[in-house]
Design a protein around this ligand. Structure first.
Ligand code: NAI
Length: 398
């Protein structure tokens, strides 16, 4: 069928199999060009199909030669019905991994459930024995609690005061003011923590440990974000920030769980990037489009693959075995984003940004390109008027 982008707000409803395959190939090529490093050998990535998760999987496989198991929740393809980007990404990844002689299998289902955890444990036991790295890269708007059956939905709201600031509709480039009402009750915070906090990461590590599938000295890493003061009310000091605080605190709990096998849990604070999740957060797309402009001008721009390669190669798997962390024990690969000179320029541009000057002072074009690239669109070498085969299987999922 012929597949064109169809968008609704910050969501793209369609994905292109050839474009997503190109996206994966570009990421693999990047890692191969950087060169191999001594890293993990058997890796589980939870949330492995898009954004930071797929880039973590690619880095582990093509940078360190690791066998990988990926867990994700994506819509499979059917005749006349294209799959989601994460489905196509994973199909392309498995194909490339197998061609390179690397073990790669995937599980498509709800990672929050006990069933998917058990299925993953069974697969590790059968094929890999034990794993030495667990990447936790889930981003979801809802979670059904596996023990109580309660369904939680997260919210993106400030706490205390309403928050008014600029935002952009990245399709039209219109800059406008947005006012977001604060939480109505503590329940908003609790629900968001239940979805995006650390409990599920802890459940995974407990279950994997109990099943004996974690190797001695295992490492696990989950991803967080801090960002600039201008997004604090909606991000770090808002409901999602409370969930990130909880996630970060969970690293210490997991350290205790893993102490008898000398395991270690890290949180990596990553850079703001265009992913399916971040485009849903008000104010953030305008910040990202200004940040891209400043970081590209300074030649320090990174996408998810550059970030993950640096995380593995220069933080988690250093040659002296030391993992550099901040005073709160977190890995910081948002270091270039948070540089004083970068933030000073973004903040100046932020005050100036209007609909009229946006194309000139920001990289809104780069934002749009990245957004459409996530779904396999806007690649120059792909003919989007041509018929393509929408039915693509993931080799390990039958
Ligand atoms: P994403 O939306 O690209 O990826 C989310 C992944 O989770 C996908 O693989 C999806 O299939 C999977 N997933 C969602 N619900 C699931 C479920 N119930 N069961 C199994 N899999 C499920 O998100 P992104 O942006 O890569 O986020 C990953 C982590 O990185 C999050 O913790 C996020 O907060 C963090 N982060 C994101 C930043 C950004 O700017 N995008 C910046 C810093 C941290």
């Amino acid at each position: 069928m012929i597949i064109k982008p169809r968008t609704r707000g910050f969501i793209c409803l369609t994905s292109h199999p050839d474009g997503t395959a190109q996206n994966i190939k570009n990421q693999i090529d990047y890692v191969k060009k950087q060169g191999t490093f001594q890293g993990p050998k058997k890796v589980l990535v939870i949330g492995a199909s898009t954004g930071f998760g797929i880039s973590s999987r690619i880095t582990a496989a093509f940078g360190a030669g690791a066998a990988t198991i990926g867990v994700f929740f994506e819509k499979p393809t059917a005749p006349g019905k294209p799959g989601t980007a994460g489905w196509y990404n994973s199909a392309a990844f498995e194909k490339e991994a197998q061609a390179a002689g690397l073990y790669a299998k995937s599980i498509n289902g709800d990672a929050f459930s006990d069933e998917v955890k058990q299925q993953t444990i069974d697969l590790i036991k059968k094929d890999l024995g034990q794993i030495d790295l667990v990447v936790y890269s889930l981003a979801s708007p809802r979670r059904t609690h596996p023990k109580t059956g309660v369904a939680y939905s997260s919210v993106l709201k400030p706490i205390g005061q309403p928050f008014t600031n600029k935002t952009v509709d990245f399709h039209s480039g219109v800059v406008s003011d947005i006012s977001i009402a604060p939480i109505e009750s503590q329940e908003d915070i609790d629900n968001t923590i239940a979805v995006m906090g650390g409990e599920d990461w802890k459940f995974w590590m407990e279950d994997l440990h109990k099943a004996g599938v974690l190797a001695p000295n295992v490492q696990t890493v989950a991803y967080s974000y801090i960002g600039p003061e201008l997004t604090f009310p909606i991000y770090r000091n808002g409901t999602i920030g409370q969930a990130k605080n909880d996630l970060e605190a969970t690293a210490t709990t997991i350290d205790q769980i893993l102490s008898n096998i000398n395991g270690k849990a890290y949180v990596s604070v990553n850079k703001a990037l265009v992913t399916q999740s971040s485009s849903a957060i008000p104010v953030v797309p305008l910040y990202i489009s200004l940040l891209y402009k400043v970081m590209k001008d300074k030649n320090i721009h990174e996408g998810t693959i550059e970030q993950m390669y640096r995380l593995f190669n220069e933080r988690l798997y250093t040659t002296d075995g030391q993992v550099p962390v901040d005073e709160q024990g977190r890995i910081r690969i948002d270091d270039w984003e948070m540089r004083d000179d970068v933030q000073a320029e973004v903040s100046k541009l932020w005050n100036e940004a209007t609909t009229e000057n946006l194309e000139e002072i920001s990289d809104i074009k780069g934002y749009r390109d990245d957004f459409f690239n996530l779904f396999g669109f806007n690649f120059d070498n792909i003919d989007y008027d041509a018929e393509t085969n929408e039915v693509i299987e993931i080799p390990s999922i039958q």
